[in-house]
Design a protein around this ligand. Structure first.
Ligand code: FES
Length: 105
């Protein structure tokens, strides 16, 4: 746990109440507790159980922190936090009826 105003090794460790994912308000302590309680051993499971990385920004803000945390626990974070936007692009022909094409002439 970090100590305010400390120098040396104490200053390097983040506090358990440090917010890692702002969108879902997930603190470091919650991530550690989830890992220990459910014997989680990969970042995807941690994400699904805590919702870290599943907020409005889809992990754009917290992904580097979550990946760094995963690496510090010896996990491979690659691909675990792939953003899944709620929408996907559609071609106009899929959403417009054929009769809606503009008339020429
Ligand atoms: S900060 Fe984690 S999803 Fe936005």
């Amino acid at each position: 746990m970090g100590v305010a105003g400390a120098r040396g090794p104490e200053a390097a460790a983040p506090a358990v109440d440090a917010v890692i994912c702002r969108c879902e308000a997930v603190a470091l302590g919650a991530l550690v507790a989830a890992r220990n309680a459910w014997a989680i051993d990969d970042l995807r499971q941690l994400k699904l159980l805590t919702r870290a990385g599943m907020g409005m920004c889809q992990g754009r803000v917290c992904q580097p922190l979550l990946e760094s945390l995963a690496r510090s626990w010896g996990w491979d974070p690659s691909g675990a936090l792939a953003a899944r936007p709620p929408t996907r692009p559609w071609a106009m022909g899929q959403v417009l009826p054929e009769s809606s094409e503009p008339e020429h002439g």
